[in-house]
Design a binder for this molecule. Structure first.
Ligand SMILES: [Zn+2]
Length: 353
């Protein structure tokens, strides 16, 4: 697993990194201890944020560069023993139901039983919606404008997909992408110049084209040319015409072996739907690869931008804008006392203006 808590009573969780673990535990007992068996070797313990059994953090404190092997990222594994120092009595039934235990596929629709942990996933989505959106924009190549992003959030939350066992804090952006039904993307912007292949596929389609970075339709382009030629006004909103361009995710998600540093991947397909037909013609496929620390790293990078004076205001505005989209669907599902982490900052910003 990629997350840990200090005690069974600790609220929430932290993503596992060497820095975070050693900072939180200060390398002290009862977390930093040693094995009972001889020769004694270091043992780093913590608590599973879901089932509250103990976990062992592996791959900490190793000699780096041994055999020129890249260091593995630390990860957590259940420690199936009592740990009196942490007030943990091993609970087999809770371990059996824990979604952080086995290699559960992101494609599993089996629900997680722990309501408290489902809430944690939803809270993370509300707090970090802007990071989720940015991670998707860079990996997929589509900008995910407000309307598209909101439609994805709505499906994900209202259909209870955030409660699926394979949906973890660490894979949240990719889980949102995976559990989204086919979505229309005409009018969206390609996120950067790195996605030329997608732009070419759209240019080569029957009914669609690029207008700068925006995905446009040939129908609308013809209307624009006609209006320019005849000097007639254009409608205020683009008329994309009768055809639709969509994306959907393939059913299969390949889970890479964390210990070998392998990435997970799934496949995105763009489909062209002539006259809005339900079945479309595939025009482009893209492998979406991600490691389990991609999203946690992106959250940390976002935090760093929040703390830079020249970027703080814009970054906060993004956080609030995306967070509100998620919160509008999540609020009634979360405890009344819970508040998004951007709410106070939003209040301060409103007071200042
Ligand atoms: Zn567990």
């Amino acid at each position: 697993m990629d997350i840990f808590a200090l005690y069974p009573t600790s609220p929430g969780y932290d993503f596992i990194t060497e820095d975070t673990y050693f900072q939180k535990t200060q390398r002290r007992f009862p977390w930093a201890t040693h094995t009972k068996s001889l020769p004694k070797s270091p043992l780093y313990l913590a608590t599973c944020p879901e089932c509250k059994n103990a976990i062992e953090i592996r791959e900490l404190d190793r000699v780096r560069g041994e055999n020129e092997r890249a260091p593995m990222e630390p990860f957590g594994k259940h420690y199936q023993h009592n740990v009196p120092g942490l007030d943990i009595i091993y609970d087999q039934a809770k371990y059996d139901n824990c979604s952080l235990r086995a290699k559960v596929s992101l494609s599993s629709s089996e629900p997680r039983l722990s309501q408290a942990f489902n809430d944690e996933v939803l809270k993370l989505l509300v707090n970090e919606a802007a990071v989720v959106r940015e991670v998707l924009a860079t990996t997929v190549g589509i900008g995910f404008g407000d309307r598209l992003f909101e439609s994805m959030l709505k499906t994900f939350i209202e259909q209870g997909r955030y409660r699926c066992k394979g949906v973890m804090p660490s894979n949240l952006p990719f889980a949102l992408l995976y559990w989204t039904e086919s979505q229309w993307i005409t009018g969206q912007y390609i996120s950067s110049e790195k996605h030329v292949e997608m732009e070419c596929a759209i240019e080569n389609s029957l009914h669609f084209c690029m207008s700068g970075r925006q995905i446009s339709s040939k129908h609308w382009r013809d209307k624009q040319s006609a209006a320019a030629r005849d000097k007639t006004p254009l409608p205020s909103r683009p008329d994309w015409g009768p055809h639709r361009l969509a994306f959907f995710m393939g059913k299969r998600v390949v889970r890479g072996d964390e210990r070998k540093g392998e990435k997970n991947h799934m496949t995105l397909t763009l489909t062209e739907h002539t006259n809005n037909k339900p079945t479309g013609n595939p025009i482009y496929k893209k492998k979406i690869s991600y490691s389990n620390n991609h999203f946690p790293n992106a959250i940390r990078a976002f935090e760093r931008r929040m703390s830079k004076p020249e970027e703080a205001a814009e970054t906060l505005a993004k956080r609030i804008r995306a967070g509100k989209l998620a919160y509008s669907y999540a609020k009634h599902l979360l405890p009344d006392t819970w508040r998004p982490n951007w709410e106070d900052e939003e209040g301060a910003r409103l007071d200042a203006s």
